[in-house]
Design a protein around this ligand. Structure first.
Ligand SMILES: [Zn+2]
Length: 228
């Protein structure tokens, strides 16, 4: 009986020691490595229009490049869009087409200033047709580019003058998708985009998708509706 109890206690001790070996308190514990925060990737298909405001966290992740244009204004453009714009500009120059950027990224504050300026210059009807309500401008994304032209060394800057060069715009629009840009406000699709035709307003979406959207004659709204 006594021997049996000893045996039983020994067995329990062996089990306990075995368990201790598994959870050795002196064994250095490997600390779980902290997961690195996932890199923020720009949504180049972000939709900002009269019905869709800029996503709230957009501007905190936006990385822009800055440069001074031919009329002395500082222009900010989202990094990738700017690199692609420069490549497109270079190609155009080989064909004697000279472009520059009037504006790209605009903060809500600057958009308000533009709105006020247009109200004075062109009146309410024109302003509502051409200028976005602050917070609802695609220019807040940094991916929308307004081009102006330099023709025979002369700066063509005003909207009413820019529209008098349809053949130059046609070539720009033809080339744009190769560099990831689409013509954003198409003629005849004003009811979908909410804007009149603007030959100068390009939007970066990325090369493959820009080609698809352009070849299918779609607006960004229509493309996103089809690819929900
Ligand atoms: Zn624009």
């Amino acid at each position: 009986m006594y021997r049996k109890r000893i045996l039983c206690i020994s067995l329990i001790l062996i089990i306990i020691l075995g368990m201790c070996a598994c959870t050795n308190p002196f064994k250095p514990q490997t600390k779980p490595t902290e997961e690195p925060a996932p890199a923020y990737s720009m949504d180049y298909l972000v939709l900002v229009n009269r019905d869709n405001p800029l996503p709230e966290d957009w501007e905190e992740h936006l990385e822009c490049e800055y440069f001074v244009n031919a009329v002395g204004d500082t222009v900010a453009v989202e990094k990738t869009a700017y690199a692609e714009y420069l490549r497109m500009k270079e190609t155009l120059e080989k064909e004697n087409i000279f472009v520059d950027l009037d504006s790209a990224y605009r903060s809500v504050k600057v958009q308000q200033e533009t709105w006020d300026e247009f109200m004075v210059k062109y009146g309410e009807e024109y302003t509502k047709a051409y200028v976005a309500v602050p917070g609802y401008s695609e220019h807040h994304t940094g991916l929308a580019l307004d081009l102006f032209l330099i023709v025979d060394g002369k700066i063509i800057y005003e909207n009413e003058d820019l529209v008098t060069y349809p053949e130059i715009w046609a070539r720009i629009h033809e080339l744009a998708p190769e560099y990831g840009f689409i013509l954003r406000y198409l003629e005849g699709k004003e009811d979908i985009t909410g804007y009149n035709y603007e030959p100068w307003h390009l939007r970066y979406v990325g090369p493959g998708i820009a080609r698809e959207i352009t070849d299918d004659g779609l607006t960004l709204e229509e493309y996103l509706e089809q690819h929900k």
